[in-house]
Structure formats: structure tokens, C-alpha cells
Ligand binder design. Sequence first.
Ligand code: SAH
Length: 456
Amino acid sequence: MEIKKNDELIVDIVDISSEGEGIGKHQGFILFVNNTVVGDKVKVKVMKTKKSYGYARMMELLEASPFRVEARCPIAEKCGGCTLQHLVYRKQLEFKQNKVKNCLLRIGGFTENIPMEPIVGMEEPFYYRNKAQFPVGKDKDGGVVIGFYAGRTHSIIDTSHCYIQAEINDIIIEQIRRFLEVYKISIYEEETHTGLVRHILTRVGFVTGELMVCLVINGTKLPHQEEFIEFLTRIPHMTSISLNINQEKTNVILGNKVETIWGQPHITDYIGEIKYQISPLSFYQVNPIQTKKLYEIALNYADLHGEEVVWDLYCGIGTISLFLAEKAKQVYGVEIIPEAIEDARRNAEINGIQNAEFFVGAAEDILPRKYKEENIYADVIVVDPPRKGCDESLLDTIVQMSPKKVVYVSCDPATLARDLKYLCDRGYQIKKVQAVDQFGHSVHTETVVKLCRNNA
Ligand code: SAH
């Protein structure tokens, strides 16, 4: 029987896709069904078909899986953030562990026993994020909406409480909403590229309690700026208020220019003993509690004894570099965003760390150049690239420099597996793999891998 659009079928959900959809099978035909979990029996309506698979919408939950839980958040099904909230947390962890393993098997082509440690989960997978980016828009009647994008769309769901963000955001958003309404500040419209206020970026120091608010605007000035500051500084611990100028027609959230309009240009927070100053444009891990565990694993994998030269590539504001510096002879960090490197240098200074040096530029430019021109050396190389992984020319330089150990921190198991294959085809061996759940209720996971040179 051929399956067509609008067919109504009964399917058993047998697996979860890497994007978090339930995978149902009907006579060998695969259907992806949102908001279902392994073990559900559901009635679905087929929305779209390809040759061997299709997409369907759940019409009725006939039998609920034992792994199904009620999502705490009333908009979890619509919002693009928490695609797994209806799956019991222990199963989310199992899903992530398998996702990493499957990538290593299928993309990395690793067949022997992969030395995988059990994934490190969160004790409390709610209210864990220290950074939020809320899009601002208008509803049909012109009222202000602030919230999150519905999955795969740009329509904003108005939200007054998010279950994974720091709860103080509720108060910040309430103040900004009132400010925008009272002073009738114009709101950005994506389709026409008109209007002023686009996004609200907030950061919270989990240890210090310091708060940052950065308003992203399609313009250079905010009307009633003084009142804006007054609304926000009523909130205790407000530390930094800034404007980010983004006048491009783009869905990239932040522009390059930041103007501090009140307080400090950054907030301060700690991971372990190390103090970090974080500015609006710099990358900083979003889950501070899990980040500490992640960095401890990376430190453990680097296995430093005080004599080593370490290169930390994609170093951001120097978080991993400074974490490692205490145990190494010398650490060099490389990062593409100049402001992040300014933060990294300042962070080294405020912690009294003298054996960390930082370079601005693409890792794939800086490392090969330094290797060719200065014949630099490394005992350990740490990489922590964005989702697209490492450039092949960088991996090639790592192979030539031939450090005893490589520690790969990754936020994308697919590109991780691809890069590990490259290194393992050229003299490295995987010693340990451990996933760390930094992003509860989403499909994403962080992974740390220890590689050693074969003849080391
Ligand atoms: N290790 C840091 C940051 C990791 S995120 C931490 O744990 O906090 C990845 C970082 O890589 C970002 O700061 C990003 O700006 C930077 N980046 C992206 N492409 C890069 C490139 N080609 N070369 C160097 N850094 C890059």
C-alpha cells in the first residue's frame, strides 16, 4: 500500500531521530512524528512524503510510552527550544549517549570497542541557562510580544516564564515589556526590515548574581534611554546595560557594535576558582554547572604535570586556557573574535595568571603559520570548535605538529566523528569519550574526547 499525504495511520514509535522527532514505522515506511517518544502508539496524519520516508502529525495518543512525562512548560510543544521535554530525563541522556555513539560508528567508521564513558547528566535539568536571547515582535493588534521562536519558524510565541532559563529573566522581561509599552518604542518587523527593537540578550552570573542586559536595535539610538535604564536598575544586581547595533537585514541576532549605556561593559562569574569577565559579544558556555564538569574532564584528559606546552584552539574568552594554565608550563589560546581575546587577556590578568598568551585569528590560519614560521611545539592541543568542526588544514597542522595528546571538545557529534576519523587515520587513537549534557530537553550534547599519538 502506498502512503500518501493526508493518510491517517496508526504507528508505533520505535526510535528518536537526531532532531528529536519520534520515528514511526508503518509497513517498512518511516514516518517522523513530532512530540512523540519511543514506546508511544499514535494515530497520525501524513503531512508530506518522500520515496522511503515522510513526516506526519500526531492526531491522537493511543497508548502512552512509559518514558513519556508531562512537559512542565505549557508551550514546550510549540517552542523550538525544548524538543525533548516530554521524554523522561534519563531517556534523554540515553538518547544523547547513543547519538554520539552512532556518529562515531556511522560517520567516524570506528568499529572496535569505542571507549565511551557514561554521559554526565544534570542534577536538575531546569533553570540552568545563564544566557537568553529573546526575539521581540508585535502581535496582530500591534501589542508587544517577547518570547521564543516556534520550532522552524520566525513567529514569536509570547512567553512570561521559561523553564530552562535563569528565573530572574522573568523580571527583566517584565520591566522591558513595560518600558516598550509605556514609551511606545517601535518594534522591529522582519519582513519589512523596519522598526527598532529586535532582540533582548541577557546573561546571569550564577555564582556572583550579576546581571547583563543588551538590547539589540535596528538603529543607533534608543528613545527614552534614561527611562530604560531606570526600569532596569530597579532590579537588584543589575551590572551591565548596553545597546547592540544591528542594522542588517539578517537573522543573525547580534551586530558587531556594542555601546555600554550604564554600568560595566561586562559581568563577572566564576567557574571553579577562576574568575571570568564576560562581555555581550563573547562566547561563554551557557550551562555553568555542567561546564565545570566538562572542563574538569578536559583537564583530566590533558593529564598535565606542570611541564607541558598547551595550545587551546577556539578559546573564546580563555575559559579552558585559564583552567589548564595552573597545571601547565605555558598555554597559548587562539580565537577569531578580537573582543573575546581582549576578555581572555583581561581574565588572565585578574586571575594573576602569567603563563597564558592569546592570539586573534582563525585557528586554521594562526596555527599553520606559527608552525611554519616559528616552528612552535605542543605537548597537548585542545580544540573546541563551533558546530561545523575543524578546518581540514588545521587538523593537518595538528598531525604535523604531532602532540602526544589531543583533547577534542565538541558541540556536534557528527563533525566530531568526521574530524576524529581524520586524526585516527593519521596516527592518533581514541582513548576516552565522554558526553556531558549541557542542554537538557534539547537534542544537543557536548562531548569530550581524549586522543593519544600511537607511538606516544
Ligand atoms: N573554548 C571556549 C569557546 C568555545 S566556542 C569555551 O569553552 O568557552 C567556539 C569558539 O570558537 C567561539 O568563541 C568562536 O568565536 C570561535 N571560533 C569560531 N571559528 C573560529 C576559527 N576559525 N578560529 C578560531 N576561533 C573560532
